[in-house]
Design a protein around this ligand. Structure first.
Ligand code: SF4
Ligand code: SF4
Length: 332
């Protein structure tokens, strides 16, 4: 059996799909620079660094002969709860789940005497561009990678290896056609023409990456989104209709109601959220988001929780967000 088939079968046994990108790919530096010049990266300064690696991804690992691209579905129903958590964060942190699987493939490649390294959303590479050249999907109007098999609800990870594996065929046509579902689903109009996202206005960025105060103009638009936003991904017309078995690690965990998040201590926060992607943003930022959600959907019964934050937290940002939440509830 050729090496492509052997690796593909091993990937399948781990619940992954595999594609292979060629190493002679090179991405548009001017497009990346224009995105940064327009400020669409918000305060994610790391996006302005390592440009040569982003343009020539194979240079990240010496002796790269092939870039293996892996896809892992997380398609599942959205559980009903006060304070929505994006689908990709309902279970165990996907960085850990996917990395663990990729490490098994890396070990297998090492056992053949070859070199390999895996990345899951951690390296300065443009993984959506790499995925699209490998045939794992295409970059949709939402700027997400879209696959006919998994729609918009899957994770990507890569292995750079000295093993020589024949590249798979990239998709040749744009399959979005006249569809604009993702653009219409976006509450903040963060999806710009030319498959570009303005991170400054994207709720995923605002609730996860952004550390400071949430600008007033986005607070009502955030509505009940406690952590992340997946309105554009769940709107994709290519999302699978039939259920795809997903890794049990992605099954939704039981998280506290949005009001109870305001009563968490550092210790209880860690015990509830350790191992999830939500844990990465820290208690204070999650409570900031909870104040906004309660301001939008809360009732007078939630006011004591918001006042609790004002009496227990030393963060001026939390005080102000809690007051905004109280004012919004009283104003209804
Ligand atoms: S994640 Fe949400 S806010 Fe960001 S582009 Fe998608 S729909 Fe818009
Ligand atoms: S919702 Fe439609 S336009 Fe948006 S990425 Fe999916 S297919 Fe493309």
């Amino acid at each position: 059996m050729d090496i492509y088939k052997t690796l593909e079968e091993y990937a399948h046994s781990l619940g992954l799909s595999m594609h292979v990108a060629s190493t002679d790919i090179e991405f548009s530096e001017s497009r990346l620079r224009e995105w940064i010049r327009n400020g669409y990266h918000a305060d994610m300064e790391w996006m302005t660094q390592n440009t040569p690696l982003r343009i020539h991804p194979h240079t990240i690992f010496r002796n790269t002969q092939s870039i293996l691209v892996f896809s892992l579905s997380y398609a599942q129903n959205i559980p009903k709860r006060r304070g929505k958590i994006a689908l990709y964060s309902l279970g165990r942190d996907y960085h850990k789940v996917l990395k663990h699987k990729l490490q098994k493939i890396v070990s297998y490649i090492h056992s053949m005497g070859e070199e390999a390294i895996s990345y899951v959303d951690t390296a300065p590479i443009m993984e959506k561009c790499i995925a699209s050249t490998s045939g794992a999907g295409w970059i949709g109007k939402s700027s997400l990678t879209i696959s006919e098999q998994y729609g918009a609800v899957f994770f990507l990870g890569e292995i750079f290896t000295s093993l020589n594996v024949a590249p798979s065929k990239p998709l040749t046509s744009d399959k979005c056609g006249f569809c604009t579902q993702c653009i219409e689903a976006c509450p903040t109009q963060a999806i710009l023409p030319n498959r570009t996202i303005d991170a400054r206005t994207c709720i995923s960025y605002l609730t996860i990456e952004h550390k400071g105060s949430i600008p007033m103009k986005y607070r009502k638009l955030i509505h009940d989104l406690l952590y992340g936003c997946d309105k554009c991904s769940v709107a994709c017309i290519y999302n699978p209709i039939k259920e795809i078995p997903i890794d049990p690690d992605f099954s939704p965990r039981t998280y506290p109601d949005v009001r109870d998040i305001l009563y968490l201590t550092q210790e209880s926060f860690t015990s509830v959220f350790a191992g999830s992607a939500i844990h990465r943003i820290g208690l204070s930022q999650l409570q900031r988001n909870a104040c906004i959600v309660l301001g939008n959907i809360g009732t007078p019964d939630d006011i004591p929780a918001l006042q609790h934050i004002q009496t227990t937290s030393e963060s001026p940002i939390l005080h102000e967000h809690a007051q905004w939440g109280i004012d919004m509830i009283r104003g209804r």
